[in-house]
Design a protein around this ligand. Sequence first.
Ligand code: G6P
Length: 598
Amino acid sequence: MCGIVGYIGERDIKKFLLEGLKELEYRGYDSAGIAILQEGKLLIFKAVGKLENLIQKAKDLKTEGFGVGIGHTRWATHGKPTELNAHPQMGEFSYVVHNGIIENFKEIKSFLKEKQFLSQTDTEVIVHLFEKNLEELGNPKEAFKRTVKTLKGAYAILLITKADPNSIYFAKKGSPLIVGRDKDEVFFSSSDSPLIGYAKEVYYLEDGEWGVASKGKIEIFEGSKRVEREFKPLTINKELAQKGGYRFFMEKEIYEQSDVIIDTMMGRVKEDRIELEELDKEFLEGVENIKICACGTSYNAGLTGAYLIEKLAKIPANAEIASEFRYKEPVLLNNTLFIVISQSGETADTLEALKMAKSEGLKTLAICNVDNSSIVRLADRTILTRAGIEKGVASTKAFTTQVMVLWMLALYLAQENLKKELKENELKAMTKTPLALKVSTSLHERIKRLSKRYLHGHGFFFIGRDIFYPLALEGALKLKEISYLHAEGYPAGEMKHGPIALADPELFTIALMPKNLLYEKIKSNVEELSARDSTICAISPVEFELADDFIKVNNATHYMLEYYEMAVVMQLLAMEIAIRLGNDVDMPRNLAKSVTVE
Ligand code: G6P
């Protein structure tokens, strides 16, 4: 969602802020802005749309010598994406950037009736409230403390003010914020990537912490209490976060899957068993069922996981969409292991679901790609997916690695009771996944060619059965996210109970037809659609003569290998369709990489 950067020091502030915002582009945004305080002068630039517009606006700005600056990419929540609503939001002599939602902004606004509000944002109340508090208290630190105390909701805030021109005030609750340093320089960001190559050491602020930073000095408080925090070295390598020859980050990430899945399995898939050092007998003692909660792609991985856990470990498992779970007054039993899945570890609905489970005393496990994220910090245990930074908004390698963790987990839970041959069969299949995920040039070329036939029509149905049903959901999600075409994932056996009414030549059916799982069943479902003249693209290792188009996958011996190959096929298909339609594959309209509001 929104991205935040900040800087105190002597280097070219404009350059740091704009480069930092560029690094955060992948989170999705609709406007951006920077504000700089240098030699007592406040400078501000804001622009709607791509960062390039902001760069153009600020092109004559020279920033040399000491100064402080803040920057922001905004994804509209309160108020449309306009320049006035873009951050930094301004008061009379102070500027603020904010990520999150101030839930009591209406109350604060009516309390500040003498102030003039220029935007429709909830954020603007922060800066006016700060200035009002400053008028009363005369001390910026006290004024900021009181401001933060008044705010309800979620926030990561950076504020600069002429009243203390060499400092940045910061606060964090519910939205991520990192403070970094290198000698006298101080850096802020809402995620690691802008800090790489700049900050030597970082501290991931905790909820409820706020503070003030100036040259060579970072003071952190919890309420009124000054606290000392340990900064840790920032070791992530920037090169890994670059596009490296591919047209889009999404394409690079699709191709990377074959490698990163090895990292996911490393030290965990052994010759005769699964080893998960994150779990132990004591933690799992008394667990009789499993509930998985997530959003978007992570939910689709979760649903696959629920099937796998029941199939292999014979433990009742189900998956729920976090935004539904939160408000349905769920019955939580303390023999339930509560698993949350999240690429970013910051998704608000998933985080809240996790908080609910924790407060009911359930054992919690996070499957996550971002270490130190809010979800990881909150869960009892975490299994990291190790997919590396994922920049494409449409998730690919995060998904396949999440599924791998769930598959390993299912086998881990099953292994004591599973017959030797069955266990060996699973383990052997796991070691073959890197190959199943490998993109061959001929397959990619074929999909590229085929994609031109799928640019119109009145809709797509992706259909599958068993674990290929959540995979169908994921295929449809990928397509709609980046092509903006209407697509639905459906359990193949359910088509006859309604959706088949839509069947005609302009309805495109993408049929997932694995050889190793319910082939005959799915075949007859596809035949029903073919009889109604739907246009069918079959993905299968087995030739299917009723298909209009056929994408052949390898003749694998395990359904999970078919699953992975088909996942790649659908990712490539969605991407090639989106490219032909001229869409921005990495940053699709209206979407954000990490949704930190509900
Ligand atoms: C957003 C993204 C999706 C993602 C979902 C869950 O909606 O656009 O791609 O699947 O959030 O994100 P998470 O980081 O929790 O996996």
